[in-house]
Every structure is written in C-alpha cells, then in structure tokens.
Ligand binder design. Structure first.
Ligand code: TYM
Length: 345
C-alpha cells in the first residue's frame, strides 16, 4: 500500500546464525513487518565477498530462508527473496559506485576487521557497502531494521543517496535505521568486549539459533563474567553480566531494570543458568518450525520465487530512474526487434 512505510533489511546467506542475528535481525524483521510494506532479502551476492564453499552455498541460502519464516516472517504480508534473483541489485551497485568515494569505503570498520581476518582481501569486500546501499535505495526504503554493527553502513547509504540526489536530481528516499533498544549488540559469551559474530566468534563464544538445548545451557554456564557479585547493567565495568541481562531481556521481553531487581542477591551461577533456560525456551519453538520448513525445499524455493517477482516489480522503476537521470541512452529494443521491425529484415 502506498502510504505504508517501506521497510528493507538483509541478512547474509552463509554462516551459522547467532543469537546476535536473532536480536538485531530476525526479531526485528518479524516486528517491523507489522508496521509497513516489508522487503527482507537474503543477500547472497554479499556472501561471496569472503571465502565460502560453493558446495554449501545452496544449502545455507535455503537454511536462512527457513529461519526467516521460522522466526515469523509471513510471505503473504511481506516480500522475502534472494538478492541474486533480482538483477537490479548488482546493477544499482555499479551505478552507485560512481557516487561513493574510495576514502569513505576505506573507513568502514567492518571492512577493516574482515580484511584483517582474511589473507585474501577481495575487491568485493571493499565495495560491499555500495551493494548494500543499492539494496536499500532501490526500494525507496523508509526504515531499515538492523543491529548496531550495521550503523556505519547505513550512514554511508544515506550519504550516497544524498550525493546522488544532489548530482542527478531527487531520486532516493533517505532511509532511517531502526535499532533494538536492548540487544542491539549482543556480545561474545567468552570475550564480552567483542561482538558475537558468525565469522569471528569461537564455538563457545557464540550461541547459534539451531544449537541443541544442552549445548545452549552449557555455553551460558561457562560464560565469562567478573569477580564481583552484583547483577547490574553497566556495560563499561561489567560487560559480561550486562550482556547476559540484555540477552535475558531479549528472550523474555522483561526490561533490564526489572531483571536487575528480580536477580538482586542471586549468585552468578544461578543467574547464568536462568539466562540459559530463557534462551532455550525462546529458541525451542523456532527450531521446531525451522526443521519443518527446512524439510520442504521445493516450497522454500517457490516462496523465494514469489518474493523475487514482487521485488523485481518494486525495484524496476527506481533502477530505470537511475539510468535515466544519469543520462544513459535508453535501450529501445522494441524498435529493432519488436512490432516496428520492417518485414523481411
Ligand atoms: P549480517 O548478515 O551480518 O547480520 C544480519 C543482521 O544481524 C545483526 N547482527 C547483530 N545484532 C546484534 N548483535 C550482534 N552480535 C549481531 N550480529 C549481527 C546485523 O546488524 C544485521 O542486522 N551487511 C549486512 C547485510 C545487508 C543488509 C543490506 C542489511 C546487506 N544489505 C541492506 C540491511 C539492509 C550484514 O552483513 O548483516
């Protein structure tokens, strides 16, 4: 519907999805889809910018599709699709690279972190944020639900949109980020100063959405805290406990202040156990739905095909406007090969 806000977000097609992805990603997708016209994209073109195994790619893309539905996205209400199915994304990235500066891309912290972690640094890893800007801008997006780690990429997207609008005339909506109040940056359980990450966390430091319940319990039991006794939210001084409070709040929807009161005087051991149980209770029904959905690959592919068709229709006018405003000659194929073609030619 025209007056509903446009919502767009994306998630990588590779890597085991973590509780961080749940908090900053999945949970917000399901919540925001109620507020407008939602587009949720499995960003498979982004996934090839770091080393990956092409033999697993197909499976992991469908895993993410199943998780998107298992965590509450509704294919009737929203558009769920794979980025590579809509060629406008790759085209938009190229066009927008003309209004993105080299210097800005070099300042992206995610690029610097990932470049440090890999021996082979692809050109795609460097230009990655331009592709992301295209994803968002093609849909004239109003709001982008994301975790804290994507804040800088969204700022760049806004800059790119403004520069394009200034150079070529008003074309893009300037998008706003939507970040969770609590759980916008879920931290690693073993190294609470670092983000819980699909690629950079250790097995013990990250909780995966599809982890078995006993594995989850154990990860929380061994979570790193501090040498005090107080269960208090203070991310500077008490990173581990603060992270656990936020995780519990995400899992139970209880505000952090209430949790502080509830666990006032409890020991860290009991508290960690309670957080583990809350996360098990949160994830168990998701895992069950995930297994059901994942078993029917053809249905998942059908749903993605429906999404791709809707996404193509929604993005096409923006891509056309971009070419036109940038001064490209329109390819009038119809004139040469269509009805106007003289007989005999
Ligand atoms: P990705 O696939 O790394 O992560 C998907 C979502 O999960 C959030 N997230 C977290 N939130 C809280 N705590 C954490 N520890 C944590 N780890 C991940 C991310 O913020 C994200 O919202 N570049 C994007 C994908 C993308 C995109 C887009 C997003 C491509 N195009 C357009 C929005 C709009 C990425 O790599 O997300």
């Amino acid at each position: 519907m025209a007056d509903e806000p446009r919502i767009f977000s994306g998630i990588q097609a590779t890597g085991r999805k973590t509780l961080g992805n749940y908090s900053g990603g999945f949970r917000q997708y399901a919540a925001t889809q109620e507020q407008g016209d939602g587009f949720f994209c499995i960003v498979d073109l982004h996934s090839i910018t770091v080393e990956y195994d092409p033999r697993d790619f197909h499976e992991s893309t469908l895993d993410v599709a199943a998780l998107l539905f298992a965590t509450g996205l509704d294919a009737e209400r929203s558009t769920i699709f794979a980025q590579s199915h809509v060629t406008a994304h790759a085209e938009a990235a190229w066009l927008l690279s003309a209004v993105t500066s080299y210097g800005q891309l070099g300042r992206m912290t995610q690029f610097k972190e990932k470049a440090d972690a890999h021996e082979f640094v692809s050109a795609g890893l460097f230009t990655y944020p331009v592709l992301m800007a295209g994803d968002i801008l093609l849909y004239r997006t109003d709001i982008v639900p994301i975790g804290d780690d994507q804040r800088q990429h969204l700022e760049l997207t806004r800059d790119i949109a403004e520069r394009f609008n200034y150079r070529y005339g008003e074309t893009f909506t300037i998008p706003q980020g939507v970040f969770p109040e609590v759980g916008g940056r879920v931290m690693d359980l073993q190294e609470p100063a670092k983000k819980m990450s699909t690629t950079l966390s250790t097995e013990q430091g990250a909780v995966y959405i599809t982890d078995e319940s006993d594995v989850i319990r154990k990860k929380f039991k061994t979570a790193v805290t501090d040498s005090e006794k107080e269960i208090r939210h203070d991310p500077e001084a008490k990173a581990g406990i603060s992270n656990l409070l936020e995780i519990m709040s995400v899992a139970t929807a209880e505000p952090v202040a209430e949790l502080e009161r509830r666990f006032d005087g409890s020991g860290y051991g009991d508290f960690k156990e309670a957080v583990g149980e809350a996360v098990v209770a949160l994830l168990a029904p998701i895992q069950e739905r995930y297994r059901e959905l994942r078993a029917d690959e053809r249905e998942l592919q059908r749903l993605l095909a429906v999404g791709a068709e809707k996404a193509r229709r929604a993005s096409e006018p923006t891509l056309e406007a971009m070419y036109e405003r940038m001064g490209f000659v329109k390819a009038e194929a119809g004139r040469l090969f269509g009805a106007a073609r003289p007989r005999g030619l």
